[in-house]
Design a protein around this ligand. Structure first.
Ligand code: ATP
Ligand code: MG
Length: 444
């Protein structure tokens, strides 16, 4: 028994000791049947929120409007929710009001999929009125009740459908999928925050390749509340198919997004706008966009190498300068994605396999990958490792030292000079050493 399971059972016992009914419900029951790690134990009871709070020493009324109280057991939170139905779904999303009911069955009936509509009592007996266990055993994802109605009540369930099918390797039952295709336009009623949260779980999940394919097949993105205005159909090309197979080998969620977004072969500014509409956090947004910007510089350099320089040297220089512009993290992220993407090209004998994308597109990914050697990737990795100075704060000289040495009042020139010194250090033209930097700056 894990500590969490032990404590969750203690919560159940406490409610039962006070004369209430209490069950494990939803995801934890599903994951237990699948022998998967349970990440949180949700509990349903006929006790009202006030009654739940009276049973425990430490509670937080986290979702009192929906009947949810969080019980703290030794600081670990357990969500306890009063049996309820949802009535009057307003605008195809969250219900306008919840109504407490006395029966577990009623509570299970409002849930989205048969595998999520099971309960377990304290003794481990399964309560499964909608055949969730059989569906799970057969690898089927099915709505509780009439799929068209269920998607019509809460349109977010359609994205949950795609996410669960991908993450659990399930086949969506025919009537459920048909209903999803019919009700897809209702997704426009769902806030972009909730859409993004589902997409993040899909992309970060066990089978992002399948998730993306189902997402495109579902046409749900056509009905996002805000149009992303990026060509998601590029995810269907033969090259994208091979590249998407590599997605799951990337651990980092940001790297998965970068791979997906590079496949769209779009101007980074368009992608950046789409990610804004999806309400990505500032940090996630800038990590992804910086890597895309870096790629854009690299792509430019491969497509149009300057005549004066050797192509290899110019690509290396571009990489160094782009790293200074976008930051070391962006460069590391980009390299990890390009390394994986190069597998998709190598495994391809038919060089000009009609990927269907426009050969004049400056963001064309496949020809970029053919122009970037594994040596370049190795070079970039080594250079990043060896590079001790990627930021003016890491220079062996400070702005005030420059002001003092030059005897001029401070001004914009200080930052400009620091950046020029940084560039020379990073490119290997100058050592990162105070005397050398002072010497170089006195030649101004
Ligand atoms: P996980 O947390 O692993 O994604 P979960 O099943 O716990 O899976 P939650 O979103 O935490 O998913 O929801 C808990 C339970 O609440 C679900 O199992 C399901 O029974 C019910 N549920 C959640 N969202 C909806 C919804 N939009 N419509 C109907 N029932 C829902
Ligand atoms: Mg959950």
């Amino acid at each position: 028994l894990s500590e969490n399971e032990y404590q969750a059972k203690a919560v159940l016992k406490q409610l039962i000791a006070h004369g209430y009914d209490a069950y494990f419900v939803g995801g934890c029951v599903r994951d237990t049947l699948l022998n998967r790690a349970v990440h949180d134990y949700d509990i349903a009871t006929n006790a009202t929120p006030e009654e739940i709070m009276a049973c425990f020493e430490r509670t937080v009324p986290t979702g009192i409007k929906h009947g949810t109280v969080t019980v703290l057991m030794d600081r670990h939170p357990y969500e306890v929710t009063t049996f309820r139905t949802e009535t009057e779904y307003e605008d195809y999303r969250r219900p306008k009001e919840v109504k407490y009911v006395t029966s577990l069955l009623e509570d299970l009936r409002r849930r989205d999929f048969t595998m999520n509509a099971m309960a377990m009592d304290i003794a481990g007996n399964l309560i499964d009125p909608f055949g969730g266990r059989t569906d799970l055993g057969q690898g089927i994802l099915r709505c509780v009740g009439t799929a068209e109605e269920r998607f019509g009540e809460d349109a977010l369930r359609m994205l949950r459908c795609v996410r669960f099918a991908a993450n659990y390797g399930l086949h969506v039952e025919e009537a459920t999928w048909a209903a999803l295709r019919v009700q897809a336009p209702l997704l426009s009623h769902i806030a972009m925050e909730r859409v993004r949260a589902e997409l993040e779980r899909l992309v970060g999940g066990a089978d992002p390749h399948r998730g993306i394919r189902m997402l495109v097949d579902s046409e749900l993105p056509n009905y996002f509340r805000q149009q992303l205005e990026v060509p998601l159909e590029r995810w269907r090309s033969a090259f994208a198919e091979r590249a998407l197979r590599e997605l799951a080998t990337l651990e980092d969620a940001a790297a998965r997004w970068v791979l997906l977004l590079l496949l769209l072969e779009e101007d980074p500014a368009h992608i950046a706008a789409a990610l804004r509409k999806l309400t990505f956090s500032r940090a996630a947004w800038s990590a992804i966009v910086s890597a895309l910007e870096l790629h854009s510089s690299m792509s430019e350099s491969v497509m149009h190498p300057p005549a004066a320089d050797s192509a290899v040297r110019s690509l290396e220089t571009t990489f160094k300068l782009a790293t200074l512009a976008q930051g070391k993290d962006a460069a590391t992220l980009w390299l990890s994605v390009i390394r994986v993407l190069s597998n998709a090209v190598q495994g391809d004998d038919d060089a000009s396999s009609g990927s269907g994308s426009d050969p004049n597109n400056p963001f064309q990914l496949e020809s970029f990958l053919r122009g970037v050697s594994l040596d370049m990737i190795a070079f970039g990795t080594e250079w990043l490792d060896a590079m001790t100075c990627t930021n003016i704060r890491e220079l062996a000289i400070t702005g005030s030292e420059l002001i003092e040495a030059n005897g001029k009042p401070g001004g914009p020139w200080v930052a400009i000079l620091l950046h020029r010194l940084l560039q020379e250090v990073a490119l290997g033209a100058l050592p990162n050493d105070k005397a050398a930097l002072l010497e170089a700056s006195s030649n101004e």
